[in-house]
Ligand binder design. Structure first.
Ligand SMILES: N[C@@H](CCC(=O)N[C@@H](CS)C(=O)NCC(=O)O)C(=O)O
Length: 228
């Protein structure tokens, strides 16, 4: 009995990374099904999982279909209560929920201006004001969560939790676009970039290739960094 997890291209799909981390980091058994997000086969690939139309999506061992990262997260937390998906401490859990839900419903400037792409780093990217405002809010939330949870380690709310799952792609975007953040945020980004699960994801992403490569910018580029 295992879950089926449907994800898209690892190079680009930030929501797929979230969906995968919520299994991988909490040792929840799953089978990965790849969806052709950029090859034009997405609708056909997802047909067995109706009514899913985006990735990630999952099917429970009993056959229930979850079509969104947040419904997946809550379902996994309910079904695996001892797994640590949400922090055990009440206040840390509230802070983690704020983080997850603000990510899920917001930061549209960051998401639309800086598409997730873990294949490279742009040199000299100048973020618009709306992206800087999103980053400021994100840093405020990260620091608030750390204070509430008394977290002095690598992760936001104590041990690695759903809060970190949902901000892993933000760490990627900060790295890809060289976005300006403070020292604490840089340390947090580097915790994601060196996390063994993320490194496995990056290796798999390395086997994906595109011609032409989406999301071009008129800037110099170099390899996606191991740290910022
Ligand atoms: N709110 C959804 C967003 C999922 C999403 O937008 N996934 C993208 C890939 S990163 C996708 O499937 N895009 C294809 C499309 O919108 O047709 C979630 O949290 O799971």
């Amino acid at each position: 009995m295992t879950y089926d997890l449907f994800i898209g291209d690892r190079t680009f799909s930030s929501w797929s990374l979230r969906g995968w981390l919520m299994f991988e980091k909490f040792a929840i058994p799953h089978r990965v099904r790849m969806i052709g997000l950029y090859s034009g086969t997405m609708a056909a690939d997802l047909a067995p999982l109706a009514p899913a139309r985006t990735v990630p999506a999952m099917r429970t061992p009993e056959g229930d279909v979850l079509t969104d990262s947040l419904s997946m997260a809550e379902t996994l937390a309910e079904r695996h209560p001892g797994s640590g998906l949400w922090p055990a401490d009440r206040a840390a859990r509230a802070a983690a929920r704020n983080l997850v839900t603000e990510m899920h419903s917001g930061f549209t400037a960051l998401r639309s201006n800086c598409p997730n792409d873990i294949s490279r780093q742009w040199i000299g990217y100048e973020p618009p004001a709306a992206v800087l405002a999103d980053l400021q809010r994100i840093e405020t939330l990260w620091s608030y969560a750390r204070n509430i949870a008394g977290s002095s380690g690598p992760w936001l709310c104590g041990d690695y939790s759903l809060a970190d799952v949902f901000y892993a792609p933000v760490a990627c975007r900060i790295a890809t676009y060289g976005l300006p953040v403070g020292a604490a945020a840089r340390t947090y980004v580097n915790a994601h970039l060196s996390d063994p699960a993320f490194l496995n994801w990056k290796v798999e992403a390395g086997s994906e290739s595109y011609d032409p490569h989406p999301y071009q910018l008129p800037l110099e580029q170099r390899a996606f960094p191991a740290a910022i």
